[in-house]
Ligand binder design. Structure first.
Ligand code: WQD
Length: 349
């Protein structure tokens, strides 16, 4: 009994997690309609692991299609639910799209988990649930402030929905609150494929450095931080992925303290935007073309994690430093450029 259903398995964190699951002996099936991802990533996963993962190309908002996955796989031991829309900016413009997609899919997955007695559930939550915190670093006990975006609200509501379901069923869950995932698999076979112009900092940096974008802007340098730009806790995607394997084992071995344990997944270090640019320039040996722009609406000024709980209870220890985060992100961008030259499908973005 070690079959794991990964929703959003073709996405950025999903794909990295599938690699780690396979390397740790789990059997994996994926459910991803590829509305914002590319199924070709499964070939790259196969190159790394030697295993071909089956993907159910279904819209998780359609209940009957979700049930069909569970009917065909009666031996699912756990679910890792990544599938969701994740663009903070888009969610501010299209809140209903976010509530409709992120909540309906979660509800359908939970309905099936209850119906088919799949009791181990790992949920992708986010540091956006803290809003603009009064005190940093944030612990899991830091009170949630109103979410700054509809995306953040779907994560707050998602956590609440899971808590209510747990109270009335035999499901146990862990909620993993990601800080800022960056970087790519060291093989450069999988990485992030942002749709359109990237909103996130590291893809904006790498796409500028490679020449896909003419220039990037630092959104504000007049904040009350050490150099005036915003502070975030950047964490390598492989470290985030590995926390899911530790989290699953924690649930499967009944080590959980409550039926719904929450963990922050960050390194515990805050870096400013300008420090990230500096580290990128060193790691890549390139000079970045950037200028200081206005503040970006909705930006939290400074946030980073206290990660003591994940270290203590899950035995999680982030391994990649900032230099490696930037170096792997750059290696991935260079690999995409090579693939585009060779016209390899699935790598264009
Ligand atoms: C980081 C910093 C920008 C682009 C992310 C995810 C969100 C959630 C939390 C998990 C900010 C600055 C950016 C640019 C810039 N994660 N920036 N120029 O807003 O912290 O949110 O982490 O759920 O889903 O999106 O990340 O990468 O957009 O921004 O100056 O071109 O970089 O202002 O200070 P953010 P980000």
């Amino acid at each position: 009994m070690n079959k794991i259903l990964v929703t959003g398995g073709c996405g950025y964190i999903g794909a990295h997690t599938i690699v780690d699951l396979i390397e740790n002996g789990f059997e994996v099936i994926s459910a991803d309609n590829n509305s914002r991802s590319n199924e070709n990533i499964l070939d790259a996963i196969e190159k790394i692991t030697g295993k071909k993962v089956k993907n159910y190309k279904v819209d998780l908002c359609i209940y009957d299609d979700v049930v069909a996955i569970f009917q065909e796989n009666r031996d699912i031991a756990g679910i890792i639910h990544f599938a969701a829309y994740k663009s903070v900016g888009e969610s501010v413009k299209k809140p209903l799209l976010y509530f409709e997609n992120n909540l309906n899919s979660l509800i359908n997955i939970l309905k099936c988990a209850v119906e088919f007695n799949v009791s181990n559930f790992v949920f992708s939550s986010s540091c956006t649930v803290y809003g603009n915190p009064d005190k940093i670093p944030v612990t899991e006990e830091t009170p949630m402030k109103p979410a700054e975006s509809a995306y953040g609200a779907t994560k707050q509501m998602g956590e609440q929905i899971i808590r209510e379901v747990i109270n009335s069923s035999s499901i146990k869950a862990i909620l993993l609150r990601y800080f800022n995932p960056v970087g790519a698999h060291p093989s450069a076979l999988i990485g992030e494929l942002p749709l359109g112009k990237p909103e996130n900092l590291v893809p904006a940096i790498t796409q500028t450095a490679i020449g896909k974008l003419p220039m990037m802007q630092v959104w504000g340098n007049d904040y009350d931080t050490r150099d005036g730009s915003c502070v975030r806790d950047y964490i390598h995607v492989c470290d985030i992925a590995h926390a899911h394997i530790l989290g699953l084992n924690y649930l499967l071995q009944n080590k959980n303290q409550t039926n719904c344990d929450v963990f922050n997944l960050g390194t515990g270090n805050g870096y400013t935007v300008l420090e990230i640019i500096d580290e990128f320039e060193k790691a890549s040996g390139t000079k970045l073309n950037y200028k200081i722009g206005p503040r970006r609406p909705g930006d939290v000024i400074a946030i980073y994690a206290n990660n003591d709980k994940a270290k203590k209870l899950l035995g999680w220890n982030p391994e990649f430093n900032l230099q490696q985060m930037m170096a792997t992100a750059w290696k991935w961008e260079l690999k995409l450029k090579e693939d585009n030259k060779l016209n390899i499908p699935g790598s264009a973005n």
